[in-house]
Every structure is written in C-alpha cells, then in structure tokens.
Design a protein around this ligand. Structure first.
Ligand code: URA
Length: 208
C-alpha cells in the first residue's frame, strides 16, 4: 500500500484558491487544469523510457522518449475530466478510458451508467483520475471494473482525500498506489470531505 501526498508549494497554493468558496467556476476549472499538470508530473515520475535515434544540429544521438502508447488515463465521470485534460497535455499519446459512476445520494453507493476503455488494458499502466476520494465507493467500483476488464497495473490520482476514503480504498485495492495533493480532516455525515472544496463537479461546471 502506498499513498503519496504531493506537497509541492505550487500545488498547495493553487489548492487553497480552489478551496475558497469565492473562487469562480472559470478560476476553479483553470486551477484544476494547472494542478493536474503538477500532479501528473509526480504520478508519471517513474515511467519507462525508451530511446529514439535523432539528429541534433550538432550530431546524432540516442535520446530518451516515453513509451506514451502504453498509458491509459481513466476518468471517473464527470469530475475526473477536470484532471484528465491537463494529463493529456502532458502525455498526448495516452489512451483514455471513461467510467461513468454517479453517487446515489441516499446510500452514497456508486452506480455505473457508462464504461468505455481500450481493449488491451492488461498491457498498459492505467492511471485512474477523480478529484475527490471521499467514501471511496466510486474509486473502488472504478478499479473493480477496470480490473475485471484486464487491468493489472493501476494508479489512482486525486486532488483531495479523506482519511476514511484512503483507508477503505487501500484495504480494497492495496496494490493500487494513491497520489493526492492533500489529505483532509474527515468526511461529514453527507459524505463530503471537510474542510474540502465542496462538490468538485458542481464547482467545475457551475451546476448545483
Ligand atoms: N465529491 C465531491 O465532489 N466533494 C466531496 O467533498 C466529496 C465527494
């Protein structure tokens, strides 16, 4: 089991602005995209490199390049898309999976309504993205589904996590490392992370 808190000053600064309830929808979306670049830097830190023969203006060189086609970003809809866009800026050759889950507001259980992924998940590193690891119901369901479709090498990237969510997630999927910008105090009785930032999807898209 592994949990990495990306404690970089830029990440923490941007996260504080995102938490502020006065931050606009446009500002929130822009910051989420920016922060995803910084989180993406950490989650891809140990990606395998190959070399490509190129010629610089001075001489030939075997230069390092990413095996970009071996990566899948799996976005848990809909808030996952906010992290996905920045990650695709970093690794444009990556493939994308979408896992549509909504949270039943009574039971807080994850209910699947959409799933689409590359067929060769077993050959790829799958980085699952969703900003809020709260109860972990949807995170666990998303990983269950991806594993049932063959994924064996997975990572989970979020922006904020609750201690309760981390505990449940790492118990259910101890083989999946978690990366987050912060671990907050707790979950409230409605399943929100506190102090948190509210509903990430609503804040991204200006819905209520
Ligand atoms: N999902 C959110 O968007 N916010 C929370 O605090 C918990 C789950």
């Amino acid at each position: 089991m592994s949990v990495t808190v990306v404690n970089h000053p830029l990440v923490q600064h941007k996260l504080t602005i995102m938490r502020n309830k006065e931050t606009s929808t446009a500002g929130f979306r822009r910051l989420l995209r920016e922060i995803s670049l910084l989180l993406g830097y950490e989650v891809t830190r140990d990606l395998e490199l190959t070399t490509t023969r190129i010629e610089t203006p001075l001489q030939p060189m075997d230069a390092p390049t990413l095996e970009g086609k071996k990566l899948v970003f799996a976005s848990v809809l809909r808030a996952g898309n906010g992290l996905l866009e920045g990650l695709l800026d970093l690794v444009p050759a990556a493939r994308v999976a979408h896992v549509g889950l909504y949270r039943d507001h009574e039971t807080l259980e994850a209910v699947e309504y959409f799933f689409k992924a590359p067929s060769d998940l077993g050959d790829r590193l799958v980085i699952v993205v969703d900003p809020m690891l709260a109860t972990a119901n949807s995170a666990i369901a998303a990983i269950d589904k991806l594993k049932s479709r063959g994924a064996t090498n997975l990572r989970y990237l979020c922006l904020l996590a609750a201690p309760e969510g981390i505990e449940r997630f790492t118990k259910a999927h101890p083989d999946v490392p978690v990366f987050t910008a912060a671990i907050d105090e707790k979950l409230n009785e409605k399943g929100y992370i506190v102090p948190g930032l509210g509903d990430a999807g609503d804040r991204m898209y200006g819905t209520k």
